[in-house]
Design a protein around this ligand. Structure first.
Ligand SMILES: O=C(O)c1cc(C(=O)O)oc(=O)c1
Length: 311
């Protein structure tokens, strides 16, 4: 029997026919933040999930990768799958080495399972502190996970909101592996990009040389748009000054990704082709774009590949 899953009311499905980006991605570009959902008939959503998405399969993800012009992808375990990494790992295994993964693991995970995840291509775990997505995990559990993954050379991906950083900062800085912050720590972009809140975030990045930042999700962060729809190639203007500050101060520690299939958006679903056209606005030179899209993600996820632009 297959279980039927009903999508969360108001759920927006991913954009079916994205345009081709006008901005040509550099050879070897990596989509360093995207997800797979199900398909639920094969990989059921977790009982403890906070939302039920539409399906978004690995084949659909790979088709988007090719359409947009990415060479590689990093598949981040979505909270709707809890700590069952099956759909994500299946994507890694089907990718022919062109995908890496970020998993969710619990502290008691057997070593053999960690080894299997590593062998499949997992290179990090994700800690989510956004309350609408997960129930808070005890901090000692998170530290225990960090200690378990350290010998594999993995990192921890952090998802938190700007308002929570002050309270989290000390704990996060004590995590003994490299850190990667999702979506610039979710700034409130109606505030001043040079104001105290975003300064506190930049200060967090300055605190250790091994903290990376994804300058992603303008479609989530933007308050005034315009949305990446209907041919709009200058979308999400209010997010640009925030992302540019990060790219310019930390050019060797920034990553970019589509966030496809964009869980939990409520206002609009972006055209992913137009989202790629956002990149030159936040990384204005070819040199910055090469670091953001190729050199940095390759160093973090494929350190053994010397020529990312060659297949
Ligand atoms: O794993 C997820 O469920 C998830 C959710 C969101 C969001 O709802 O903001 O963003 C993400 O990057 C990932």
């Amino acid at each position: 029997m297959t279980m039927a899953f009903e999508k969360t009311p108001g759920w927006l499905d991913w954009y079916a026919r994205p345009s081709r980006p006008q901005f040509r991605l550099p050879e070897g570009a990596v989509d360093a933040h995207c997800h797979v959902f199900g398909p639920a008939a094969e990989y059921p959503y977790a009982p403890e999930r906070k939302y039920t998405p539409c399906d978004a399969s690995r084949d659909q993800l790979f088709a988007l990768r090719d359409h947009l012009g990415f060479a590689r992808t990093v598949v981040v375990q979505a909270t709707c799958h809890g700590a069952d990494n099956g759909a994500m790992v299946a994507a890694l295994r089907a990718s022919g080495g062109r995908a890496r993964g970020v998993a969710t693991v619990r502290p008691g995970i057997p070593d053999a399972e960690l080894r299997d995840l590593h062998e499949a291509g997992v290179r990090g775990v994700r800690f989510t502190f956004v309350k609408r997505l997960v129930d808070a995990a005890p901090r000692q559990d998170l530290l225990a996970v960090a200690e378990r993954i350290a010998p594999y050379g993995w990192h921890v991906v952090l998802y938190f909101e700007a308002a929570d950083l002050a309270e989290l900062r000390e704990f996060l800085l004590a995590i003994p592996v490299p850190l990667v912050v999702d979506h610039m720590g979710r700034p409130d972009v109606t505030k001043d990009p040079h104001g105290p809140e975003f300064e506190a975030f930049l200060d967090f990045l300055r605190a250790r040389p091994d903290i990376w930042c994804k300058v992603t999700c303008p479609e989530r962060l933007s308050a005034s748009g315009p949305p990446a729809l209907d041919g709009e190639r200058r979308a999400y203007r209010d997010v640009v000054p925030f992302a540019r500050r990060v790219v310019e101060e930390f050019p060797d520690r920034v990553l970019w990704g589509t966030d496809w299939p964009h869980p939990n958006l409520t206002g609009h679903m972006p055209d992913d082709g137009l989202l790629v056209d956002f990149v030159p606005h936040i990384a204005p030179t070819p040199e910055l774009r090469h670091r953001l899209l190729v050199a940095n993600p390759m160093r973090l996820y494929w350190p053994d590949v010397d020529r990312p632009d060659a297949d």
